[in-house]
Design a protein around this ligand. Structure first.
Ligand code: ARG
Length: 603
């Protein structure tokens, strides 16, 4: 984490104030309680509410240590801090106030503006980047649809969240590694092979192949109920596939190819890139060694002819490693995957962006890894079990009868994207029929609406997806942010000159402008918070605040009730305001980028 100048100054003032007040509070043992600036720096937070100042130090822990009431300590501390500030010119831009147990610090806007705006204008999209993660890797397993099945909205959240986390960690200097753990192995492919041989044609694989394969799969299940012999055939086919027999492998490869082609189209549309497409089958030749390791470590036992790891004492169902016929399972491949990724990447964290429904699965997998490392006496610094995180999320509900479901209960992601683009196109044509780039802009806005909606709440919350809401240009939506961005871009076009960096920042002296500057200053901290909590939502909600604050500047009226225009005859004032405009534009664009969303200059 790069050192934050103002935060450091606040820590210094607070440390100095403690030096003064501790002897008063504790005549005899004052030197026992030394809260130095390094220690304080780590304790200082960014408050959630803007009226709490730019930084806040919670005093509860400190007060407890010195056995005093935090509110009392705060009163005395604040007085000492402000006295110290008054005596030291170089801290004149700081002021402290007490709010219950929180010691709040405010930075004068002019100082904030002078520090923040030139930084943003110079760094441009790199504002907020850091080297926090330098030399460390974050492995992100996300999206991971199943082949020969359509890519449904069920996989939208993992795709959107995972991709956003990928960009967020990259921004913080980590090397993000995106892995698509395709569901491309398992007994269902025996069924697929049987179904394809019985009812499929190679022509089916030319257009809409994935849908046609899925049709076959659905048909198979209907027929199997009438004719149980099919199940034996399917088992036999899977066995052959596992043994690598040519014909079965050939068909499976075809299924995989056509599925990947279709998935990659969707990813391309969304601007998503994966570093590796290593699906479940990738671990086939790596599993036997892992099964041996588990056995050798004494973790396994036989139960009903299956090889399992008993996890009863951890309140978890047993983890089945292989079945009576030797077939491995989803969990076996994930256990192998963890060990492979650890060997390959030595990650700082491995994230699994997968819905809540698989909570037990990941608990089991992570527990088995932990037990294995324990049993093998792996030295603590070489263990990975502490670095594994299941990034869970709630459901997304589509209350849309018109879309339901070409296939069983699956709403296709492609259909959702297409509908979003269509609706966005209609809106653009209504508002701005002369726009040259209607198609491209409709795509950016449609996709922006879908992605933003997906990250419009903390990830554990369920999302209700409602078309009227997500595409509302005035609501708390992606298109609203894109619209604000386009408005900023248009101001810059109208201004038509380069925005100078050395402007008179004291001219940005309205309360509306203060609010914008406070927020701009906060952006780097918001990114760190989003990474820490694995919550792209925090960036989205910050951007809504920022856009809202800017729109207040934009719509501000002067004493006579007329709009106080950003571009006026006063050149000095105009350039100061245009610096603000440009800075807000940069931050909105970059914030949207971190959420995987594009920001058109015109719409
Ligand atoms: N293919 C799985 C599904 O669609 C998701 C895989 C998630 N990743 C993993 N390593 N298990 O439910």
């Amino acid at each position: 984490m790069p050192e934050n100048k103002f935060k450091q100054q606040i820590a210094n003032c607070t440390a100095e104030a403690f030096k003064v007040i501790l002897p008063e509070l504790f005549r005899e043992k004052a030197d026992l309680y030394l809260f130095d600036s390094v220690w304080l720096y780590e304790k200082i937070e960014v408050p959630k509410k803007p009226d709490m100042g730019n930084f806040a130090l919670p005093l509860f822990e400190i007060a407890k240590q010195i056995g005093k009431n935090p509110v009392e300590v705060n009163k005395i501390l604040t007085r000492a801090e402000n006295k110290f500030v008054a005596e030291h010119e170089e801290y004149a831009h700081l002021s402290f106030s007490a709010a219950g147990g929180f010691n709040n610090a405010r930075i004068k806007t002019e100082a904030l503006a002078e520090e923040t705006l030139p930084q943003i204008l110079e760094l441009d999209e790199d504002y907020g980047s850091s080297e926090e993660g330098k030399g460390e890797k974050i492995v992100i397993d996300f999206s991971s649809p199943n082949i020969a099945k359509p890519f449904g909205v069920g996989h939208l959240r993992t795709t959107a969240l995972g991709h956003s986390l990928y960009r967020i960690f990259d921004k913080l200097g980590y090397k993000s590694v995106g892995i698509n753990h395709l569901g491309d192995w398992g007994t269902q492919f025996g069924k697929m092979i049987v179904a394809f041989r019985k009812w499929g044609r190679h022509d089916d694989l030319k257009n809409d192949a994935v849908l046609k394969l899925y049709d076959l799969y659905v048909k198979y299940h209907k027929e199997e109920e009438k004719d149980p012999v099919l199940a034996d055939e399917a088992r036999a086919a899977f066995k052959k596939l596992e043994m690598g027999e040519h014909d079965e492998a050939h068909l499976w490869n075809l299924f995989k190819e056509v599925s990947l082609d279709a998935f990659k189209e969707t990813y391309k549309m969304l601007g998503i890139h994966f570093d590796y497409y290593t699906g479940e089958s990738f671990y086939n030749d790596k599993m036997p060694a892992v099964v041996e390791r588990l056995k050798k470590a004494g973790l396994t036992r036989i139960s009903q002819d299956a090889l399992i790891v008993d996890l009863d004492r951890f309140g978890l169902p047993p983890c089945i490693i292989s079945k009576a016929d030797g077939a491995t399972l989803y969990a076996t491949r994930d256990i192998t995957g963890v060990l492979y990724r650890w060997e390959t990447f030595r990650f700082r964290k491995a994230l699994y962006v997968v819905g809540t429904a698989q909570r037990d699965h990941f608990k089991q997998v992570f527990k088995v890894i932990e037990l294995l490392e324990e049993a093998e006496n792996v030295p603590p610094e070489k263990r990975c079990s502490q670095n594994l995180e299941h990034i869970e999320f709630g459901w997304i509900k589509f209350n849309d009868k018109t879309m339901s479901t070409r296939k069983g209960n699956i709403i296709l992601l492609d259909d959702v994207i297409e509908k979003a683009i269509t609706l966005a196109r209609e809106k653009i044509i209504e508002k701005n029929p002369d726009l040259d780039t209607i198609e491209q802009t409709a795509r950016q806005i449609g996709i922006g609406a879908v992605l933003f909606a997906d990250m419009s709440a903390r990830r554990m919350k369920d999302i209700n997806f409602d078309w009227d809401v997500v595409l509302n240009f005035e609501g708390e939506t992606g298109p609203y942010l894109q619209y604000t961005h386009a408005r900023l871009a248009s101001l810059l076009r109208i201004y038509g000159k380069d925005v100078p960096v050395d402007i008179n920042y004291s001219l940005l002296n309205r309360s509306e402008e203060h609010r914008v500057i406070d927020l701009l200053y906060k952006f780097p901290e918001v990114i760190t918070d989003a990474a820490r909590d694995y919550e792209p939502y925090l960036i989205g909600s910050y951007l809504l605040d920022l856009a809202g604050a800017f729109n207040k500047v934009y719509q501000r009226k002067d004493e006579t009730g007329r709009i106080d225009k950003i571009i006026s005859d006063d050149a000095e004032l105009t350039s100061a305001r245009m610096a603000l405009v440009k800075a807000v534009k940069i931050v909105i664009q970059e914030g949207l980028y971190l959420m995987g969303i594009e920001a058109p200059d015109e719409m």
